[in-house]
Ligand binder design. Sequence first.
Ligand code: NDP
Length: 256
Amino acid sequence: MAGNLFDLSGRVAVVTGGNGGIGLGMAEGLAGAGAAVLIVGRDAAKNAAAEARLREAGARAASLVADVADPAENRRLVAAAEERFGRLDIFVANAGINIRRPPEKYLPEEWNTILTTNLSSAFYGAQAAHPAMLKQKGGKVIVIGSMTSIFGASFAAAYSASKGGIVQLARALATAWARDNIQVNAVLPGWIDTDLTRTGRNEVDGLHERVLARTPAGRWGVPEDMAGIAVFLASRGSDFVTGAAIPVDGGYAVQA
Ligand code: NDP
């Protein structure tokens, strides 16, 4: 294969939840490799700040306020990427939330909110992106699992269920769309320092120390740690990688 395997020049990416944390880390990686990036989130101010940050680094970037829990919003954001940048090659379904509470105290509407935001949204997004990717004979879908795709967490039953589902969703979509040259993979981040885990550390006693003790790398991850895997899974370097669930966790998942 000639050229830089990881060059994304001319490619167009959507990153849901790209206005902060892991999504922004991935968006910066993709933009740095040459992709144009559409950032999606509910908060207009966070979107604008993330868009400005990408532009200041020289990237082609845009942002859109949308709620990915809604299937129609996913169709709208795919249309926006195509309208703005002319195509869609990479769809990163990263938006996610958590409500930390013992399972016996969970309300049905909280369960539904977590499952819809974390799992159904990835399906809606991938489904919305599929026609655009078919048109150009290939594409890359990246969904975001978690260590709770593998392990249980006593304070996060709905979140764990959603993240277990993400891995199976990636496998199912990968098998369905492999002949269309669309690769679908899941990234399983370890403990990454973001708004999400900052609230977790306030709500769960001893979490910070337990993560440090359990992670072989001896540190929390940072959003920049997620850039490389995004570039790899978005590039032609991963054209024969599909249906995989790849931990990016400083060794957390292999620690006995
Ligand atoms: P953040 O809270 O920093 O980011 C979450 C992002 O999702 C924000 O950009 C938020 O934007 C967006 N978002 C949330 N709900 C919606 C919605 N309904 N529609 C559109 N956008 C939405 O968290 P992280 O960066 O930590 O998390 C990103 C992903 O990584 C999540 O899927 C999370 O489960 C996963 N993850 C995180 C880990 C960690 O240690 N941090 C570990 C494993 C997985 P806005 O508020 O503007 O809507």
